[in-house]
Design a protein around this ligand. Sequence first.
Ligand SMILES: Cc1ncc(COP(=O)(O)O)c(C=O)c1O
Length: 491
Amino acid sequence: MVEPLLSELSRAGRVGQRFAAPEGCLDATGDLPAGLLRDTLPLPELGELDVVRHFTHLSTMNHSIDAGFYPLGSCTMKYNPKVNEDVARLPGFAQLHPYQPDESVQGALQVMAELGDLLAAITGFEAVTLQPAAGAQAELCGMLLIRAFHRARGDKRRTKVLIPDSAHGTNPATAAMCGYSTVSIPTDRRGNVDLARLRDEADDETVGLMLTNPNTLGLFEQEIFEVAETIHKAGGLVYGDGANLNAIIGAVKPGQLGFDVLHINTHKTFSTPHGGGGPGCGPVVARDFLEPFLPRPVVARRPTGELFLDWDRPQSIGELKGFWGHFGVMARALTYLALQGDQGIRDISGAAVLNANYLRARLADVYDIPFDRTCMHEFVASGRRQRQHGVRTLDIAKRLIDFDIHPPTVYFPLIVEEAIMIEPTEAENKDTLDRFADVMLQIAREAEEAPEMIRAAPHARTVGRLDEVAAARKPMLRWPRSDGEHLEARA
Ligand SMILES: Cc1ncc(COP(=O)(O)O)c(C=O)c1O
């Protein structure tokens, strides 16, 4: 059903609320020059209920984590507990002004200090910044720290960053933004970095390695110590894409695996809304020798115990983000951590890994799983068996929408043919996982019995299968009126 526009629902004289004029109230327009007064104001005229229903209808046309399962591998759409929102909206937090003097924002600085300390302790690093607005910006921050480190030592020869071919696309983009060239390192048959190739490439021109662990195949790097040692011996540093921390939190500290700097995605591990490049929060944790280069300001404590924002940092890479970063997201992340407690934090990774392995085992007889070993928080299946019936991974993804399930990430990582990357997250229960597995198995049967039906899916949605080429080449940028006419923009 096409939802009419508010202007189509409009009826002359209809109003939302009528407020009686307060007694003694003057005519507000009385003193204004007549030439400046409008004769008309062409806004839709509607009752409050019309407006509420209009927006409620529109909201039900979207899928959301609150509406249904969302097994989006790598991007991690995990449930955001409502209590996080309550805390972030406390007036003392929500009404802060970034120009307030430090002494009037001690509570907020305490939130930032506590969150930073907890993240450093959880990951096993000494230094921390909460300033980056998302994972991608945190990567830029981390690589700028590495660049500042080499430059401070006068080491200008290093120009290349090694990056496994299973890396998240933001990794090579980050290295390029720092002015470096990238060298792709292949993945071996077990789904690890090919150590022999890494040893061949690591030399005195190597800035460092950008490594995601667990990697985007959902697998733990089995030779992580040898990998880090190879880079360190060559004089480079090891950057950790720690976005997948929910797989190992409480069980392993990345700081003890050989990483020198690591970023965290609060949306992936600490249940904050997904920033999608911002406004989110991508904390960066680092070893102590990188501390002088952290973006400014950093939260510091005076001998009196008072917290303050320290801007006086001569070796800093500078400011990455206005003011302090996104404080509301930090308040949400700290709320989540505080609610979990020690044991709860350990349980996060246990449940994330168990859920992913349960689904992997349930699907393994029907969908190919190219790197088939115990996975971490996610796994990558392949739709290549279904392709024999003329059904592509994209078709399977579209068919899932008919069952109120958001499709998993598809065609990524690039090294898996017809990739279907599934991340259930620790937030889901067994009933939900079983329903998803049942639906996936049903779709595999449909692929054999009724491939045309799947190729035309989704069938039960407001918007069906789009012509993706036309959508890119001839985008429709105006919503059609229900009478078929386009609404012209008003001058
Ligand atoms: C492994 C990995 N690295 C980096 C990113 C980029 O993070 P963001 O989307 O917050 O920029 C993501 C996205 O969630 C990711 O999964």
